[in-house]
Design a protein around this ligand. Structure first.
Ligand SMILES: *Cc1c(COP(=O)(O)O)cnc(C)c1O
Length: 442
């Protein structure tokens, strides 16, 4: 193999515009002394986002916030979630979808995924609603579907079920910025839609998020909660508990620059995923069309022309992360050493902060060949990461009700995320696929 990467090929790194737009907007913030969590960049970024949404499905009102997690928190709050309430959350997700339910003293009720999109299974969702009503006498307050790795959920069916039971939908489109369902931008279907601009998301503000609202009234409520809930007196008067959740004007400057290249980023992610799909097609024991026997390229199948069945044309993914599944029968070089050591550096830990543990093993973890593949790729300077571990298998949520069908657990055990970001070149993808080939024991 002639090509060797100089540095580790990361999963998905922030990437600034070649034109330097981000710096220009940041400089403006400094030059005009708007170094505060409000100002022209915040207003401009919100306007950019609103225009982007308007071009893809309708007029919405959008509030820029300091993180996607803050957006989830305020959406739940504004949807009326109170202590003792229940909120239905997709179990196959990152913890930011469910932690804010706990912030509010409410209980997440986890619902498993359908095999096609890996997102909330609508039949199971309705079963869960009926069972919660029967068991508690109360209807859950909100439903939080998640666009896992960018793939849209079945917006139509989820909204239909939610409307039938009078439940609010809060779309966690943090990973799915730019994805659409039936031609409409994800996050515009529910009462609220979550966006994240963390460093690894489709576009970044370094850290940041936004809430898509259906109207100005909701936008005002969110804005109020995001600025310590101050009432309109000439002095500091409060009738509710608020938060300090607005986006910095400096960070919003990065966002304005990123909005100029968001379509380019999405096109690149899609290109990378298609290249993986093409190259992985030839790997021994792998086949894009059949789930049996090796690697399949699941996340992107509905978005790829090669595999589109008519029903799937409705789902347009942003191809945020590329994910492959590995059949448990396939043996990987070094597999005998999988899980022998605990993690010494962060695997996807925020800022590398993780709590030490005594053993690398739990009752629900990726298969040994997946852990071996992760280690092997790491030795080849390729960052590959496990999929999100389902929330109903997290110790912190052990007491929460869960409606499961085994789908998320199985995908979690078989799956691994491959580098997919704007910094990943065609050469990198060829190299990564060669590495995967050489990792498989013949
Ligand atoms: C990234 C992410 C969020 C929000 O994350 P922040 O890092 O707080 O911006 C929420 N939900 C999901 C599914 C995510 O992946």
């Amino acid at each position: 193999m002639s090509y060797e990467p100089k540095n580790t090929i990361n999963l998905c790194l922030a990437h600034m515009s070649e034109e330097g737009w981000e710096r220009k907007f940041i400089d403006e913030a400094f030059d005009t002394n708007w170094v505060v969590p409000l100002g022209p960049n915040v207003d401009g970024f919100e306007k950019d986002l609103e225009e982007y949404a308007a071009e893809r499905g309708g007029k919405k009102s959008i509030v820029a916030l300091c993180s996607g997690t803050a957006a989830v928190h305020l959406a739940l709050l504004a949807a009326g979630v109170q202590p003792g309430d229940e909120v239905i959350v997709q179990t196959f997700t990152f913890c930011a979808s469910s932690h804010p339910v706990k912030y509010l003293g409410a209980t997440p009720v986890f619902v498993d995924s359908e095999p096609g999109t890996w997102n909330m299974d609508v039949i199971l969702l309705e079963e869960a609603i009926k069972d919660r009503i029967a068991k508690t006498g109360k209807t859950p307050k909100a439903i939080v579907p998640v666009s896992l790795y960018g793939m849209p959920y079945d917006c139509e069916s989820i909204i239909e079920v939610a409307n039938r039971y009078g439940i609010e939908v809060i779309e966690d489109a943090a990973e799915g910025f730019g994805s659409s369902f039936d031609g409409n931008l994800l996050g515009t279907y529910g009462r609220f839609g979550i966006l994240s601009f963390n460093g690894n998301k489709m576009i970044t503000t370094s850290g940041g998020g936004a809430l898509i609202c259906q109207n100005e009234e909701d936008k005002n409520t969110i804005m109020w909660y995001a600025t310590q809930a101050r009432d309109a007196y000439p002095y500091y008067q409060h009738t509710a508990i608020g938060y300090n959740y607005r986006l910095s004007n400096v960070c919003a400057g990065i966002g304005r620059g990123q909005m100029k290249i968001v379509d380019k980023h999405i096109a690149h992610h899609k290109h990378v995923c298609e290249l993986y799909a093409k190259l992985l097609c030839g790997v021994d024991g792998t086949d894009l069309l059949h789930a049996e026997g090796g690697l399949i390229h699941s996340t992107i199948i509905p978005g790829l022309s090669l595999h589109v069945n008519p029903a799937d044309i409705r789902y347009e993914s942003n191809f945020w992360l590329c994910t492959v599944l590995l059949d448990p029968s396939i043996r990987i070089v070094g597999q005998e050493n999988a899980y022998k050591e605990v993690v010494k550096s962060a695997i996807g830990g925020a800022a590398g902060v993780i709590k030490e543990v005594d053993s690398a093993v739990t009752d629900c973890q990726p298969n040994e060949n997946i852990e071996a593949l992760r280690m092997y790729m790491c030795s080849k300077k390729v960052e590959a990461r496990p999929l999100w571990k389902p929330m109903h298998k997290q110790p912190v949520y052990a007491d929460c009700p869960a409606y499961v069908n085994g789908v998320s657990e199985e995908i979690f055990k078989k799956g691994i995320c491959l580098p997919s970001g704007p910094c990943v070149s065609d050469e990198d993808v060829h190299y990564i696929v060669e590495c995967i080939k050489s990792a498989i024991v013949k």
